[in-house]
Design a protein around this ligand. Structure first.
Ligand SMILES: C[S@@+](CC[C@H](N)C(=O)[O-])C[C@H]1O[C@@H](n2cnc3c(N)ncnc32)[C@H](O)[C@@H]1O
Length: 218
């Protein structure tokens, strides 16, 4: 299996920080369905002798529900989990997540500790990057790691999603599968639809919920 080493990754605690107490997620059945079928599709394309993992970059990881799902698939998958895990940033109103929704959750625990605890059994498959999505993409490129999938599920504004798509394509070209959550959000939809035009791609969705950019045949 390919090892991923990224210098500035967030170190794991020596022991599991706390029992998993909180598994909240916004992840929808269709996201998991889409990600499982993408992993399957990529795995089919791998050489049978090619003993490598599919590398998924998850931009916006929260408490690890999607990370856990990806690591539990019967295929070798590694996840680079990028998130700020910063309740102060949410409290300051910099994100679309309303602080009131997580206030109780963070009173006792640190968001990164909850994430670690939730995904603890799969930690060998996960590289956590505690930074912004764009910094995370740059850190991955700097280490010459080529993602197979970039799953965009961080801040759902037009500008954020546009930057994440542009930055992904600038750093890695059209080879990674670019996909994400919440196509129903107007800002997300606009950023994805415009990117499809700019890069000559088509948008595929499941139930208008997940989105995936597919390069058009030349
Ligand atoms: C919708 S949640 C992700 C849900 C997650 N995929 C799951 O499976 O539950 C959005 C996450 O994006 C993170 N986030 C928001 N803006 C960010 C940014 N600029 N850089 C990194 N992470 C960000 C938040 O901290 C939050 O955890």
């Amino acid at each position: 299996m390919n090892q991923i080493s990224i210098n500035i990754s967030q170190p794991w605690s020596e022991t599991r920080p706390l029992e998993p107490r909180e598994h909240s997620t916004w992840t929808h059945r269709t996201n998991l369905q889409m990600l499982a079928s993408i992993v399957d599709e990529l795995f089919q394309k791998c050489d049978a002798d090619d003993n490598r993992s599919i590398i998924v970059v998850e931009l916006g990881t929260w408490l690890g529900a999607t990370t856990n799902f990806l690591c539990s698939l019967a295929k070798p998958v590694k996840v680079i989990s990028v998130d700020l895990w910063d309740s102060e940033d949410i409290k300051a109103g910099n994100q679309v997540i309303p602080f009131a929704q997580i206030e109780k959750l963070v009173q006792q625990n640190d968001l990164f500790d909850i994430f670690q605890s939730n995904v603890w059994q799969y930690r060998e498959q996960i590289v956590p990057l505690k930074m912004t999505t764009v910094q995370g993409l740059a850190a991955i490129a700097l280490e010459n790691v080529m993602p197979d999938v970039i799953y965009i599920d961080a801040n759902h504004t037009y500008n954020d999603v546009r930057n994440e798509i542009d930055c992904s394509i600038a750093l890695f070209g059209l080879s990674p599968v670019l996909c994400g959550d919440d196509y129903k959000w107007l800002g997300v939809r606009q950023a994805v639809d415009e990117a499809a035009q700019r890069y000559n791609m088509s948008v595929e969705t499941i139930e208008n919920h997940t989105w995936r950019l597919v390069p058009n045949q030349q």
